[in-house]
Design a protein around this ligand. Structure first.
Ligand code: ADP
Length: 323
């Protein structure tokens, strides 16, 4: 039996807006194995961050179930949730937008430890902060520096140290390298990989960049307008992408050595507004293959081959070798 640390079932998060109900996350289901990485990928606005935040209950889901270590945490009271937060952390693209710019590196990393009253003694706390800094590759001499004095890579290392401070089991990595230079991206991704191995961490890795998730993930789920349209082990998704949207995303990766490189599929049109969505295939307005059924009925995410799930009425036509 697979040991899933996280199971998400039919998760929905709607927002009321002056223009109508916005379906940010509209019934997503997935699981993440302990010590594994699930990459959640899709264009900006498709609901990735909202999914990550709803799992941590930083946003209250509209409906659905979230099982963490087998327990439905949506039933948890505030006090239980506070305790659980130690186990579930998040790394942001810009970790400092919500922090006081007058806080030093040491204070930022120490804050979760102080709030959770894990260490009271000042010297022990300082030692722990220095240890965390070393773990993430930050020189302890930077303890009294301020984030704005450091480059993007070092700033992200502070965010990672802060997330590790409570020794979590599970981390939502929300576009953690998107704001960084390409050379620094690789360093941070390597650090996250090493930490995962050493600390047996489980990641939900959110990004709009399919080449980053390919490098990083065991499994990949592709989101489109609040739903998962394809999900598979990373190598399967790249070898045999079935959904026309996944194919378009993969074909746009600028890597000449990508195996099974296919002709570039250019996506036409814009992503539809997520407000008051009809019950169609969400991708149909942009799909070159859409037919009446696609415009009238939303396809379910079904297991097309073992471990490979697709939501497309014409999965058979789009599968291996058929294009
Ligand atoms: P992604 O992370 O894939 O870029 P998001 O989860 O941030 O997407 O957003 C999904 C959709 O939900 C977008 O249309 C966004 O505008 C909308 N949204 C996100 N947060 C809110 C909010 N607090 N109120 C209203 N709409 C929101």
């Amino acid at each position: 039996m697979t040991d899933n640390i996280l199971e998400v079932k039919e998760l929905k998060k709607y927002f009321s807006t002056p223009k109508g109900t916005l379906h940010a996350v509209d019934g997503v289901s997935f699981s993440v194995g302990r010590g594994k990485t699930l990459g959640l990928v899709g264009e900006s606005g498709c609901g990735k961050s909202t999914t990550g935040r709803a799992i941590l209950r930083l946003l209250e889901p509209t409906s659905g179930e979230i099982f963490f270590n087998g327990e439905n945490i949506l039933k948890y009271e505030k006090k239980q949730m506070r305790k659980l937060r130690k186990e579930m952390q998040i790394i942001f693209q810009d970790p400092f937008s919500s922090l006081d710019p007058r806080m030093s590196v040491g204070k930022i990393i120490a804050e979760p430890i102080i709030i959770n009253k894990l260490i009271q003694d000042k010297d022990v706390l300082e030692n722990r902060v220095c240890e965390l800094m070393e773990i993430v590759g930050l020189a302890p001499r930077l303890i009294n520096s301020y984030p704005h004095e450091l480059d993007g890579g070092r700033r992200q290392r502070i965010g990672i140290a802060r997330a590790l401070a409570l020794e979590p089991q599970f981390i939502v990595c929300d576009e953690p390298v998107s704001a960084l230079d390409v050379s620094i991206q690789a360093q941070i991704l390597n650090l996250l990989k090493t930490l995962q191995r050493d600390m047996k961490l489980t990641y939900l890795f959110i990004t709009h960049n399919l080449s980053v998730v390919n490098y990083f993930s065991d499994d990949i789920a592709v989101m489109y307008l609040g739903t998962i349209i394809e999900k598979a082990p990373a190598e399967v998704l790249f070898d045999n992408p079935i959904h026309p949207y996944t194919k378009a995303l993969i074909s746009a990766i600028p890597v000449p050595e990508l195996r099974n490189r296919r002709e570039r599929v250019v996506l036409r049109g814009e992503i539809t507004s997520p407000i008051d969505l009809p019950d169609n295939c969400r991708f149909s307005p942009r799909c070159n293959y859409a037919r009446d059924l696609c415009r009238e009925c939303q396809p379910k995410l079904i297991e097309y081959e073992p471990g490979h799930f697709v939501a497309c009425h014409d999965a058979d036509i789009h599968s291996h070798g058929s294009d």
